[in-house]
Design a protein around this ligand. Structure first.
Ligand SMILES: Nc1nc2c(ncn2[C@@H]2O[C@H](COP(=O)(O)OP(=O)(O)OP(=O)(O)O)[C@@H](O)[C@H]2O)c(=O)[nH]1
Ligand SMILES: [Mg+2]
Length: 255
């Protein structure tokens, strides 16, 4: 694993409770997002105090090189973590969050690169970290706020949420959303080196671990828009892991 760009490591954070959101760092995992990454990073950086950490999994389409160019263009505001070896969304987030905690970020956000998560909602999510330890950008808070999904995808997502809630007991409208912000103190409580999810199950595993540790979890509404360019990385293996994960979490609690 190699890195480029970025701010110097600094673990001092002053009065984190009152000042959450002064130094947000947005972690963006990428795999073949060449068309999306540049515009996304520019939109996030439009807010002067935001920083971005791109976690690229050796994208064959050259997303990693593009991310390096962005780090060069925005010194101190864009950092790139180039992963090698087995790729995976969950693994990328674990590496990215460990790296984020080695900076002075007081809020760590996570979002997709494909514009399904619109950067315009970031300020709402970051602001809510004043009230919550983990803030979820929810698609299902006021009805259904999803644009351009085929019906089968909506049914799958609705069922997945019901399934996760029923097994884990999490009381959230959208347990599987990937657009989130963590207070640094909350993320520090999660044993990142023991997170096992490779794929999308990562968000459920993290939510469950946060809930077990007494974190206050809140939801704020977002509008989720299906990607316009690039391709989805959803696979049957990733779906299978998501089906198994809630049961693994319950077993973990019993152990
Ligand atoms: N580093 C890394 N990023 C990944 C991997 N798989 C997906 N991503 C990124 O994770 C984000 C979400 O992936 P998507 O393929 O959009 O998954 P999705 O949003 O569930 O699927 P769609 O709705 O079809 O777009 C995007 O920024 C991807 O580039 C991976 O294996 N490694
Ligand atoms: Mg997507």
């Amino acid at each position: 694993m190699t890195t480029s760009g970025g701010a110097p490591a600094d673990n001092s954070r002053g009065d984190g409770r009152r000042q959450a959101g002064q130094r947000p760092l947005v972690v963006v995992p990428t795999y073949n997002e060449r068309e999306n990454l540049g515009p996304l990073v520019r939109q996030v950086l439009a807010a002067p105090h935001y920083r971005v950490l791109v976690v690229d999994d050796g994208s064959p389409d050259g997303t990693g090189a593009l991310a390096d160019a962005l780090a060069h263009e925005f010194p101190g505001r864009v950092e790139v973590l180039h992963r090698t070896g087995v790729r995976g969304l969950g693994r990328s987030y674990v590496d990215g969050m460990q790296r984020a905690l080695a900076t002075d970020a007081d809020v760590v956000c996570q979002m997709d690169a494909d514009f399904s998560h619109d950067p315009k909602f970031l300020p709402d999510l970051v602001a809510a970290t004043d009230r919550y330890d983990l803030v979820i950008g929810s698609r299902y808070l006021h009805g259904i706020s999803v644009v351009n999904w085929p019906l089968r995808r909506l049914i799958l997502s609705t069922f997945a949420n019901w399934y996760v809630r029923a097994i884990t007991g999490l009381k959230l409208r959208d347990c599987t959303a990937g657009f989130r912000c963590w207070r640094r103190e909350a993320l520090e409580k999660i044993p990142l080196d023991r997170i096992v999810s490779d794929g999308y199950a990562f968000v459920v595993e993290m939510t469950y671990e946060a809930s077990r540790r007494g974190c206050r979890i809140g939801e704020v509404p977002i509008v989720f828009v299906e990607r316009r360019v690039g391709t989805s990385k959803m696979s049957s293996g990733v779906l299978f892991e998501s089906v198994i994960m809630p049961w693994r979490l319950i077993l973990r609690r019993w152990k």
